[in-house]
Structure formats: structure tokens, C-alpha cells
Design a protein around this ligand. Structure first.
Ligand SMILES: Nc1ncnc2c1ncn2[C@@H]1O[C@H](COP(=O)(O)OP(=O)(O)OP(=O)(O)O)[C@@H](O)[C@H]1O
Length: 696
């Protein structure tokens, strides 16, 4: 009978699928074990048999559990129950099952198995609940048939290509009709990048048209992924710059273009610098204008542009104001869309020195303000504007081996490294995303707003270096002008199209924003000094006139620019820079007693007695500016040894901000009209005033 029970204890033992609760399961396991032990001991069954039965039980239950898809935890509990039970039985049979120790330990095992089974059952229940809830959620989401089809298609595709199981929590079709986004939950703790790295294969498998991609990016938390799938190539078409020229702020982001789903991409440059890479013909110049448009529209940004390629990046923002092409509604002069434009090495040096001086002075002068605002980031506003230096082909300057370029590079890097907190940032452009540009630690660290305009150019376009960690970006995806990739700390790198901005829009924006540009705060203007205050002076902007289409403008007969009108007080208010300029001019007049500038007809004060007597230089029509007269004085003072353009420019730079380029122009004229003589060749070339040259 008992043997039969033992053999038939296969009831509970062999009925692997029999349902047991935590109590009956434990009871069955322990009573079964007890029965086998007592019978086994009585009939001298070899204890090894019991172990074999236990192992078979464990395996049998596991197989059945797997078949009915029990959780791993439940399987483990059942298998463990079998093995523990078998272990006890083996021991009890050899030591005698009817001892207190054997009975006590059997009871303990029973309780243990019961508890384990209970927790496994609870877990199983929770799992079932979760599955039902998920199913209900899925149903509740009421995905349309089309969405469901999309979801199913991508679940299958991701499974095949990435070998990842994903749950689709949502499918959103873009309003533009250019694609859709999937909200995914990869199973097994897998993050978005595992899908992102298969972007190319996924796009191909989905038979997406050229220029369309499936791009994975992080979702709402680390366990979720957003997969953006473009189905229509919007990069191909032009996206005109929106004709809303309303105010912007550097703090709330400046729009630079659109994503393939028509979302606007913004650059947040309060703390970041930017790098815009675009080979010739990719639409880089257009992009620079779009960027300048954003800065012009901002109420808290002053834009300083360096373009050593004849200033062409900044000229469209200056010339219409310079030539008086645009009328202000109140007949007031129109301010240029940018605040300073440097096209030469000398002017760029002045600008960078001014930027550094402003930054360093702000650090000291605004200590109180920073303490009050409890921040180490200068609070930028229309009253204390951010200065953004846009340096066209600045990345090339950084890697140049030319001596002058190296000097510029040093200062650019200083600005990038030191002036973030004080509200001075840079936007550098580059012709290529080469290792030498991106190898620069300062660019990598501080310039995380990045754009790569490809225009189909693959040469020197290392997207992996431009957007580290972003997989699946390929130049071939954006073979159109103005199209490329943009990534910021806020918006992961992805396809993007720069707005197309036309010259008439640049003029319109210049006019619309003329009253909106901030003025450099007093503290900063003081630090920037005359180099800044006199940035629009005739001799410093003479080169711009070469770009003026016609010289028959009523004002163009005088060397002064119409921009000088900008120095006139507006609404009776004198800006700090205007005031400084006035004082500065008064100082020059007092010191040098020079002739008045042609465009300041009222300053005909007599020469101060203590000043240099430059009256001998008067009467020569071309020496009509104090700076030019000072240059001639320097030439005279250099005696028979003579001097050079750089030395003269250096001597004048502090007071007049005169550039070497300007001095070169004067020297050339003086050589032509016999005022000066050029001696020596090449780097040894010197200029000697004719009074010394003709003497002994
Ligand atoms: N965002 C854009 N959308 C549409 N077309 C564009 C865009 N940007 C540029 N283009 C087109 O490409 C042409 C060249 O653009 P752009 O002058 O900006 O290029 P670039 O890269 O600066 O070239 P280069 O260095 O030769 O001046 C433009 O005349 C225009 O037709």
C-alpha cells in the first residue's frame, strides 16, 4: 500500500502540471518526502534513488513550467522544492525518519517551501496583472488600424535587425505628413543607442526614400526610445526664413532651421559656443546670415563679426545702413544689423582684445550684481547684453600655422575658455569637420552647438567626430544645399535644413530691428575703450566703401560714413559709447590740436598750446584725420631709419584704433605723392619721410 503510495506518489510527484497552492504544494512535497523516507527506510531502498526522483521532479516541473510560460522565479522555486525535498529524504532514510531532528527539519522545510511558493505565486499574479494591464493600455490607446500596422511592422523590423524586443507605447504621425514617431520600450534594459546604431539598416529595410531616416533618440527616461521615421524628403525643398521678425532672446533660444518633422531647431548660446561646418557651396554663407538674423532679432545680443575674407559675411548687415539704403520710419538713422565688423587681422585683434577686456572687467565690476542674483553667470539682458563673436572660417584660424593667425587663435581660445560666465560666446564656422578642428579640446568642450552642412560633400565630413555618440548619420542623407545635421545639448543631432534667407530679408530685418539692438553696458563700453567706440570711424571702415555699389551717394563724397549719424544722441539720450566717443575726440583735439574731422564741422577749436604742433601737416587734403596726421608725425619722428606700417599702426592703435591696413593705404599714397620714400625690399621695407630721405 505504502509502496503503491510511494510509486503513486507520482500523483503529486509525476503530475508535473498539477496545480498547487503554497500550502498544498508544500504539504504535498513534505508528506511525499516523509512517505518515501519512512517506506524507503523500512524497505531499505537505496537512498540514491530518492535523489534521482527529486532531480526528475525538478526537471519535470521546470519543463512544464516553461511550457506554460511561468516566470523564472516560479520555476526556480518549484525546482528548488523538489531538490530540497529529495535531499531531506535521502538524509532521513540513512539516519532514520522518525527522529525529532528529522521530523523538525521536515516541518521547517515544509514551511520554507510554502513561503517560497507563496511569493512565487504572488509574483506570477503580479506578472499576469501587468500583462493584462499592458494589453488594456494598448487597447485603450486605440491605435488606429494604420498605426497598429506601423507599430507591428517596426516591432518586427527591430526584432529582425537589432535583435531587440520592443513594446510600442505610441505612434504619432507628424502634422506635416512627412513621417511619424514611435515611442518604444526596448525590453531587457536595452537603451536607445542599440537601435540608433542600426539606423541605416532600419531605413533600408523600411525602404525609405533617399534623404529619409529612422533615427532613434532617448525617450522620456532611459528605458524608452523615440524612433523618428521620415517618409518624405523635406530637405530637398527650400524653407524660406519666416517673415516674422519678432524679438528673440539668447536665453530662450535662437531658431536656426527646421527638422524633418518641421520642428524648429534652436541654439541656446548663453553658455555654449557653436561650430558650423560647411564646405564651399553647401550653404554656409546663407546659414551664417540666418544666424546673424537671429542675433539681430535678439534684444540681448550684440554681434561682432570677424571675416578675414573681405568681411563678406557681415557686409550685408552693414552696407544697407551704411549707404542709407533703408529708411527708418522716424527718419532716424538705421543701425546696422551687427555691432562690429572686422575684415582685417588688425581689426580682428582690436575686437578680440576688446572682448577680453570686456569679459575681464565684467568679472570685477559685476561682483555685486552676481552676489545679489546669487549666481556665477552674469544675468544677461537688454541692459547687459551678451556679446557673440561670429568668426567666419574661425576654425581654420585656430589650426593655422601662420604667425598672425596664431595670435588671433590664441585670443579666440581665450575668449572661449574664459568668458562663458561673463556672457561672451563665439560662433565659429569651418570649411570641414576635420580632426584638426575637432581635435581642439576647447572646441569639443565649449562648442556643443554643432551644425554640419553637407551639400553632399563627403570630403572632410567626419560626422562621427562632429556628433560623437550619434550613430547612423550619413552625409548622403542630406545631399542638398542648406541641408545637413544639427545637434545641441538640448536636441540630439539629426537631419536639419537651414532656412533660406534672401538679401531683401536681411535688409528688412536690419530695418525692423534697428531700435531693438541693445547698447553695450557702461561697464563694458569703458573696458572696450576707444577701439570699440571708434569702430565705425571713417578710416576704420574705409574698406567697406570699396564694396559700396555706387559712390555717387550724397554722403559718399565725404570719407565719413552715414553711420556716424548713429553717434548722434537719440531722443536726447547719450549712450555711454557716444559719450565716450565725444570725450575721446575732445581729448585728441586737446592733445594734438589737430584739424577737425571733415564730418564734425563744429570742432574748429584752436590748437591747444601744449599739444604737438602738427600745423605743418595741414593743408594737405588727404591728411584730413587726426589719425592720419599722427601717422605722418610718426613717420617724421622715425627720421632717417624710417618706419613701417605695423609700427605706425601699433603707435596709433591705442588712441585711434587705426589698423595696419589703413596705414598701408596712407603710406602708399604718400609714396605716390612724394611725401614718403620706400626703402628696402620685402620684410626689410621701410618708409622714410621725404624730409629725411632727401637730406644727407
Ligand atoms: N538653406 C538653403 N536652402 C536652399 N538653398 C540654399 C540654402 N542655402 C544655400 N542655398 C543655395 O546654395 C547657394 C550657395 O549658398 P551659399 O553661398 O550660402 O554657399 P556657401 O557654402 O557659402 O558657398 P560659397 O563658399 O561658395 O559661398 C545659394 O545661392 C542658394 O541658391
Amino acid at each position: 500500500m505504502s509502496t503503491a503510495t510511494a510509486n503513486n506518489s507520482s500523483g503529486p510527484v509525476l503530475d508535473w502540471a498539477a496545480g498547487h497552492g503554497p500550502v498544498t504544494g508544500a504539504l504535498s512535497a513534505t508528506t511525499g518526502a516523509f512517505a518515501i523516507a519512512t517506506t524507503g527506510a523500512a524497505t531499505s531502498m537505496p537512498p540514491g534513488w530518492v535523489l534521482a526522483v527529486g532531480a526528475a521532479g525538478a526537471v519535470g516541473h521546470t519543463v512544464v513550467g516553461l511550457r506554460v510560460r511561468n516566470a523564472g522565479r516560479t520555476l526556480a522555486t518549484r525546482a528548488a522544492s523538489w531538490l530540497i525535498g529529495a535531499g531531506w529524504t535521502t538524509w532521513a532514510m540513512t539516519t532514520g525518519p522518525l527522529t525529532w531532528a528529522a521530523l523538525g527539519s521536515l516541518a521547517t522545510i515544509g514551511v520554507g517551501i510554502g513561503a517560497a511558493a507563496r511569493s512565487a505565486a504572488l509574483y506570477e499574479e503580479a506578472r499576469e496583472d501587468e500583462a493584462i494591464a499592458a494589453e488594456q493600455r494598448q487597447i485603450a490607446a486605440e491605435l488606429s488600424a494604420e498605426r497598429r500596422a506601423i507599430a507591428a511592422e517596426w516591432v518586427d523590423r527591430i526584432q529582425r535587425i537589432c535583435h531587440i524586443t520592443v513594446r510600442v507605447l505610441g505612434v504619432e504621425k507628424w502634422e506635416t505628413g512627412a513621417g511619424y514617431s514611435l515611442d518604444l520600450e526596448p525590453q531587457g534594459g536595452i537603451t536607445y543607442d542599440r537601435i540608433a546604431q542600426h539606423s541605416v539598416q532600419l531605413s533600408a529595410d523600411a525602404r525609405l526614400p533617399h534623404g529619409c531616416t529612422a533615427t532613434a533618440s532617448p525617450g522620456i527616461h532611459q528605458g524608452r526610445t523615440i524612433l523618428d521615421v521620415t517618409t518624405v524628403n523635406v530637405l530637398q525643398a527650400d524653407c524660406p526664413y519666416p517673415d516674422d521678425y519678432g524679438p528673440l532672446s539668447v536665453l530662450t533660444g535662437l531658431p536656426w532651421g527646421v527638422r524633418t518633422n518641421a520642428d524648429i531647431v534652436r541654439a541656446y548660446l548663453r553658455e555654449q559656443c557653436a561650430l558650423v561646418v560647411g564646405p564651399t557651396g553647401s550653404g554656409k554663407t546663407n546659414m551664417v546670415h540666418t544666424i546673424l538674423a537671429g542675433f539681430a532679432r535678439a534684444e540681448d545680443v550684440l554681434t561682432w563679426v570677424i571675416d578675414l575674407n573681405a568681411g563678406s559675411a557681415g557686409l550685408p548687415w552693414v552696407l544697407p545702413a551704411l549707404n542709407g539704403d533703408i529708411e527708418h520710419k522716424d527718419d532716424k538713422p538705421v543701425r546696422p544689423g551687427i555691432d562690429w565688423l572686422a575684415a582685417s587681422y588688425e581689426e580682428a585683434m582690436l575686437m578680440l582684445d576688446a572682448a577680453l577686456a570686456v569679459g575681464l572687467h565684467r568679472k570685477k565690476a559685476y561682483q555685486d550684481l552676481l552676489a545679489k542674483a546669487n549666481t556665477d553667470l552674469l544675468p544677461i539682458s537688454a541692459r547687459i547684453p551678451q556679446i557673440i563673436l561670429v568668426i567666419d572660417e574661425g576654425a581654420e584660424i585656430l589650426v593655422s600655422t601662420d604667425r598672425q593667425m596664431k595670435e588671433l587663435a590664441k585670443k579666440i581660445l581665450e575668449v572661449i575658455r574664459m568668458l562663458r560666465a561673463m556672457g561672451i560666446r563665439t560662433v565659429l564656422t569651418a570649411l570641414g569637420a576635420t580632426g584638426s578642428v575637432l581635435g581642439n579640446l576647447m572646441i569639443r568642450r565649449e562648442g556643443k552647438v554643432r551644425v554640419a552642412l553637407t551639400g553632399g560633400e563627403t570630403e572632410g565630413m567626419d560626422l562621427g567626430k562632429m556628433f560623437p555618440g550619434r550613430r547612423g548619420l550619413r552625409v548622403e542623407q542630406a545631399p542638398y544645399k542648406g541641408a545637413g545635421f544639427m545637434g545641441t545639448p538640448e536636441s540630439p543631432a539629426g537631419l536639419f535644413k537651414a532656412w533660406r534667407i534672401l538679401p531683401n530679408q536681411i535688409r528688412e530685418i536690419t530695418a525692423a530691428t534697428s531700435d531693438r539692438h541693445p547698447r553695450l553696458d557702461d561697464v563694458s563700453a569703458k573696458a572696450a575703450g576707444p577701439a570699440y567706440a571708434r569702430r565705425w570711424d571713417a578710416e576704420r571702415t574705409a574698406w567697406m566703401r570699396d564694396h559700396t555699389p555706387s559712390n555717387d551717394h550724397p554722403d559718399s563724397g565725404t570719407p565719413g560714413l552715414r553711420l556716424s549719424a548713429l553717434n548722434a544722441p537719440e531722443n536726447g539720450q547719450v549712450s555711454p559709447e557716444d559719450e565716450m566717443l565725444r570725450r575721446f575726440r575732445a581729448e585728441i583735439d586737446a592733445q594734438f590740436g589737430t584739424a577737425p574731422e571733415p564730418r564734425t564741422p563744429t570742432t574748429d577749436a584752436p590748437p591747444a598750446s601744449g599739444g604737438l604742433n602738427l600745423s605743418a601737416l595741414r593743408g594737405q587734403p588727404e591728411q584730413d584725420s587726426p589719425a592720419q596726421q599722427a601717422a605722418l608725425a610718426a613717420l617724421l619722428a622715425a627720421g632717417r631709419d624710417g618706419t613701417g606700417a605695423s609700427a605706425i599702426a601699433r603707435a596709433l592703435a591705442d588712441q585711434y584704433g587705426t589698423t595696419r591696413q589703413t596705414v598701408v593705404g596712407w603710406l602708399k599714397t604718400w609714396v605716390q605723392d612724394g611725401t614718403a620714400v620706400r626703402v628696402g625690399e620685402g620684410t626689410k621695407a621701410r618708409y622714410v619721410h621725404r624730409s629725411h630721405a632727401s637730406g644727407d
